[in-house]
Design a protein around this ligand. Structure first.
Ligand SMILES: [Zn+2]
Length: 442
């Protein structure tokens, strides 16, 4: 009951913010209950049927506020409806509905006419060491993130999921695994299999390739991360808002602590560009743009965006693409792997050579769709484990979808990711499953 009173107070406070603006939506589920307050404990006003057209007057956490005729206000969950995308270049009117006063006060940048980061920027940008040092300097440790979480009442829960990647345990450079030839052949098969390619056919026994053990893979990832992220920072610097930088590190590190790779040197930052995007470089380095950061309404939505990127790092998605590109280019394993075993400095040499040649263009390379859907799934499980609500990913995607594919600020995100409606479809098809109890949270 106390919770309901608190929500009612919130609702009263926020409701008038955008009473004049409305956003179109359709009912997504066979039937949807409309509550008189943003709470499952509140009385039900009516039931909507699939396909019904409704209007949304505001977003309140994980609820949409619906104007009900003649004069009542109703609430449905963010995954009960599908918002209709804006057809304009900045999605401004939809944003004003979803962001309320935050958008009205101009905290959300108008993105019309924004020139996003392009491949040519990332190819030519030099590594900005001062910016990279600044980003590494704002890293927080797991304990600091845990106390931030405790202060917000987020309790970690363990919740397994079938598709979770489980990298073999090993220190990155602490010890070199002993690799026998038959282990080697199996490992190559496994890695290539996970890349979904037919590159295995290029490997003949005459090449005498000894593949990398997990420790060596980690050494390359760790070396690639700063080389790539330092070049993104060479193209666009960190945003000068110290609170925002600390905020993404606290929330991001808390989410990363709930993954199967908590030991990576997780480092987060916000770069100063109004376009809406996020980047995950190998080894635990994540950047979001100021445009993305300003679109997010709360810590849950921030954790959802960071969780998707963290998922790419955990799953080694970009590293795998780099590996595949190098294999395709050379027909053999990476330079350091020719001899089988890699030292940290060999990995560093490789990473530098790779980045000098390619810059950070890997960040604008599309992954395969399944990798994106897996990152979305991972994000939802990380949210649940972090003490947050997995539907936060849903509300972010609805917001980005509502901005519309015409939105200039989203151009690169649309270029590199499946459309948001396809991603939301996938969330719906997968269903809540084991996440169901966690979707009831505030
Ligand atoms: Zn992605």
């Amino acid at each position: 009951m106390r919770r309901l009173v608190r929500l009612m107070a919130l609702a009263t406070f926020l409701a008038p913010a955008s009473a004049d603006a409305e956003l179109s939506a359709t009912v997504q589920k066979p039937s949807v209950d409309v509550y008189s307050q943003p709470s499952f404990e509140a009385p039900r006003l009516k039931t909507l049927q699939r396909g019904e057209a409704v209007t949304v007057a505001a977003q309140l956490g994980l609820w949409y506020q619906l104007p009900m005729r003649p004069a009542a206000t109703g609430y449905v969950r963010v995954n009960d409806l599908r918002l209709v995308a804006s057809g304009s270049a900045d999605g401004g009117e939809n944003l004003r509905v979803l962001m309320g006063e935050k958008a009205g006060r101009g905290r959300v940048t108008e993105t019309a006419g924004v020139r996003g980061i392009e491949e040519s920027d990332l190819k030519s940008a030099p590594l900005n060491q001062a910016q990279l040092d600044a980003m590494v300097g704002q890293r927080v440790d797991a304990a600091a993130a845990a106390s931030y979480a405790a202060a917000h009442g987020w309790q970690a829960t363990s919740l397994g999921y079938a598709a979770e990647p489980q990298p073999a345990k090993s220190g990155a450079t602490a010890s070199r695994p002993t690799v026998t030839r038959s282990d080697a052949v199996r490992a190559v098969g496994g890695l290539l299999g996970s890349l979904g390619s037919n590159l295995g056919s290029k490997l003949t026994s005459s090449e005498k390739v000894i593949p990398k053990g997990q420790g060596e893979l980690a050494a390359e990832e760790l070396a690639l991360g700063p080389e790539i992220i330092g070049r993104i920072l060479g193209a666009r610097p960190l945003w000068g808002d110290a609170d925002a930088q600390r905020h993404v590190n606290l929330v991001g590190r808390w989410v990363a602590s709930q993954t199967s790779r908590p030991e990576l040197p997780w480092t987060f930052g916000v770069i100063d560009t109004p376009e809406v995007n996020a980047f995950a470089a190998p080894g635990g380095y994540v950047l979001v743009t100021r445009g993305m950061y300003e679109l997010l309404s709360n810590d849950g939505e921030l954790a959802a965006v960071l969780g998707h990127e963290v998922g790419h790092c955990v799953q080694r998605d970009h590293y795998n693409v780099i590996y595949k590109q190098e294999m395709a280019a050379t027909g053999k394993q990476f330079a350091m792997s020719r001899t089988g075993l890699t030292t940290g400095s060999e990995a560093a040499d490789f990473a530098r050579r790779y980045a000098e040649e390619n810059g950070a263009t890997i960040m604008l390379t599309s992954l395969d769709r399944e990798a994106e859907y897996r990152a979305d799934e991972a994000s939802q499980y990380y949210l649940a484990r972090s003490g947050l609500n997995p539907l936060a990913l849903y509300s972010v995607m609805q917001k980005l979808a509502a901005l519309g594919p015409e939105s200039t600020g989203l151009a690169q995100l649309y270029r590199t990711h499946p459309p948001f409606d396809a991603r939301i479809d996938r969330l719906d098809q997968r269903g809540d499953g084991p996440l169901a109890p966690y979707t009831q949270r505030d």
